[in-house]
Ligand binder design. Structure first.
Ligand code: PRT
Ligand code: ZN
Length: 226
């Protein structure tokens, strides 16, 4: 159980952001007792509970005020914000810090055989992605009429499978694109992990004081690494 007087922080349970987020919490002096299978982890030295969930759920948990803070990739945060705005749901949050991990870019890539000559080449094409709102926004900005096809996994095989003409997916080294015969053509969003706070004004003074004590320590840890 979580106690509403304790600060609630959402982190990715298991994935690319988990280890770095936990390492950062530990580096700022928060002692954690994490048991692998459990959704909740309590700090043993601060009034903090961790909620360990899928990264997709973190923006909504913060925007709905279920948790006070969340560690999340800007790609996922921006996508969920656009999705919630479109659905008329609360989409407010405050970015406390941009962090030094989780770096990646959301890029459009096409099969080697595709004769690509600028974004206009995508007109009338299907583009597979897990980020339809970010992609549709890009199409709109570019004035292109193309279709975003939503896939939650295996986006890079969509062109070979005949499901789409191109893809829009996260890239870090580019090895996955290369292995699938795809060429990166446009970067539509650059992302890092961020620490966000709920923006509904419902935080009590003690929680706010704790946050105000923790954030400068994050700055200290990041500066020490530079
Ligand atoms: O289970 P859950 O929903 O929590 O996890 P998930 O599978 O949705 O997310 P996860 O753990 O894969 O990624 C979490 C976050 O890490 C993303 O939302 C990004 O903010 C960030 N991140 C940083 C990345 C990458 N780098 C990355 N390289 N997320 C995904 N990738 C993928 C990329 O799309 C490719 O398929 O990793 C693969 C390898 O990339 P290359 O370019 O190095 O080959
Ligand atoms: Zn996810």
């Amino acid at each position: 159980m979580t106690d509403s007087k304790r600060l609630r922080i959402a982190i990715q349970k298991s994935g690319r952001l988990s280890d770095d987020s936990i390492a950062l919490l530990k580096a700022i002096g928060i002692k954690l007792n994490i048991r692998d299978r459990l959704l909740i982890a309590h700090s043993t030295n601060e009034a903090i509970d961790l909620l360990r969930v899928r990264d997709d759920d973190i923006p909504g948990l913060v925007m709905d005020g279920v948790v006070d803070l969340g560690f999340i990739g800007e790609n996922e945060l921006e996508e969920k914000m656009l999705e919630r705005q479109a659905a008329g749901k609360p989409a407010e949050f405050e970015v406390l810090r941009r962090l030094d991990y989780g770096g990646c870019r959301l890029s459009i890539a096409v099969p080697k055989e595709f004769s690509y000559d600028g974004a206009a080449s995508l007109a009338g094409k299907k583009v597979a992605t897990t980020y339809p709102y970010l992609l549709e926004r890009y199409f709109k900005e570019q004035g292109i009429k193309a279709k975003a096809v939503m896939l939650t996994g295996s986006v890079e095989v969509a062109p070979r499978a005949g499901v789409a003409d191109a893809i829009c997916d996260l890239v870090s080294t580019g090895a996955t694109l290369e292995a699938n015969g795809l060429v990166e053509e446009e970067t539509i969003f650059r992302s890092k992990a961020v620490l966000i706070q709920r923006a509904d004004g419902e935080l009590n003074d003690e929680k706010q004081a704790l946050i105000n004590r923790l954030v400068p320590r994050i700055d200290g840890v990041m500066q020490a690494k530079e």
